[in-house]
Design a protein around this ligand. Structure first.
Ligand SMILES: Cc1cc2nc3c(=O)[nH]c(=O)nc-3n(C[C@H](O)[C@H](O)[C@H](O)COP(=O)(O)OP(=O)(O)OC[C@H]3O[C@@H](n4cnc5c(N)ncnc54)[C@H](O)[C@@H]3O)c2cc1C
Length: 313
């Protein structure tokens, strides 16, 4: 049997999240194929390390696909796949359960580790419990948390490219408009450093100042839900159970208390720095370095340090 990865593509390129899902797929120990809906990305897909075949669907423009169309394409594939994986993102979270229901197969959401071919680990209760789930069906659909896996190399592979027979796109809905969400310079999902602000920032202006600091450090700006709800930061910046899951090399939390729902989205970061004036703030329980103090003093000190560094010849 084989494993299929439903690829996220970006104008001819394979998204970093798909390289991470491919790592999860290879851990299943059987041949891995990539399914792309964007023919212009087939060449890049064929170069991804570890891929045997690239299946190219032609169900319509890749960025206008309804989840129903993606599900129909999955159902039209030959029965040689035991596992279909995709990044745990909005469109796959809609398409995969649909395909699973229509084929009476299992769907397992937000997988963070692979135990064996039919056994997956996923978080429950905002990540405070890890459940090991065994699929009892011959075919398993699973969405994978990209930040829990390392990206495979985007180059080095030489997969065969196979064009699939066209299917009719789902016609009951039509994409009217697509707008990029506001975000700082760096992509939150793939940034190596995330600087995040919470309610302690106290205003949109202060959050904008933190955003400028993030830019200076080449980091992405993240935020707690309280900061987003207060209008300090855009929705796209939210980290946590109902926002993005991130696992950067460094996560710096300013004025974030560390509620379980926030920790669920960042506690897998490799090195966590927390700045909070409350010594009992729960964020310190996951921090590698904790600084009890006023965040504005610390932000000011880092700004001064970065400016001095920038002025050095
Ligand atoms: C179903 C559900 C889903 C949720 N999903 C999410 C989610 O995805 N992401 C998320 O973040 N939350 C989520 N929440 C909300 C979560 O429970 C918390 O309410 C939220 O994370 C709190 O944000 P905060 O830490 O910024 O605010 P607070 O808890 O109010 O903490 C602010 C912190 O700032 C510190 N502080 C204040 N001023 C300063 C200063 N000058 N210097 C230093 N420190 C200072 C305070 O000591 C305090 O610890 C969810 C809640 C529910 C019920």
């Amino acid at each position: 049997m084989r494993t299929l990865v439903l690829a996220d593509t970006d104008v001819g390129a394979i998204a970093d999240v798909t390289l991470r899902v491919t790592d999860a797929a290879l851990q299943l120990g059987q041949p891995v194929d990539l399914l792309v809906f964007d023919a212009s990305s087939a060449t890049a897909a064929a170069r991804v390390s570890g891929i045997e075949r690239v299946l190219v669907a032609s169900a319509g423009a890749a960025d206008a696909l309804a989840p129903e169309t993606i599900a129909a394409q999955l159902l039209a594939l030959p029965g040689e796949y035991s596992t279909v994986l995709a990044a745990h993102r909005a469109s796959s979270r809609a398409a995969l359960p649909r395909a699973a229901a229509l084929s009476e197969a299992a769907f397992i959401a937000d997988v963070t580790a692979i135990r064996e071919r039919t056994q997956f680990v996923r978080g429950l209760y905002a990540g405070s419990v890890l459940a090991t789930v065994t699929s009892a069906t011959a075919l398993t659909y699973a969405s994978v948390r990209p930040s829990s896996f390392a990206p495979v190399a985007a180059e080095g592979g030489a997969a065969d490219v196979v064009a699939l027979a066209p299917i009719s796109p789902f016609a009951a809905t039509r994409l009217v408009e697509r707008r990029a969400a506001e975000q700082s310079g760096q992509d939150l999902g793939t940034a190596r450093v995330v600087v995040a602000g919470g309610r302690g920032l106290a205003s949109q202006e202060n959050m904008a100042r933190l955003g400028r600091l993030a830019d200076m450090l080449g980091a992405a700006l993240g935020a707690s839900r309280a900061a987003v709800d207060a209008g300090y930061a855009p929705n796209a910046a939210q980290v946590g159970q109902t926002g993005s899951n991130v696992a950067p090399d460094v996560y710096v939390a300013f004025g974030i208390s560390g509620a379980i729902q926030h920790l669920a989205g960042m506690k897998d970061s490799k090195f966590i720095v927390a700045v909070n004036k409350d010594p009992d703030a729960p964020i310190f329980s996951v921090a590698d370095v904790g600084l009890v103090g006023d965040l504005f003093d610390v932000v000011g000190a880092i700004e001064a340090h970065v400016q001095v560094a920038e002025q050095r010849p």
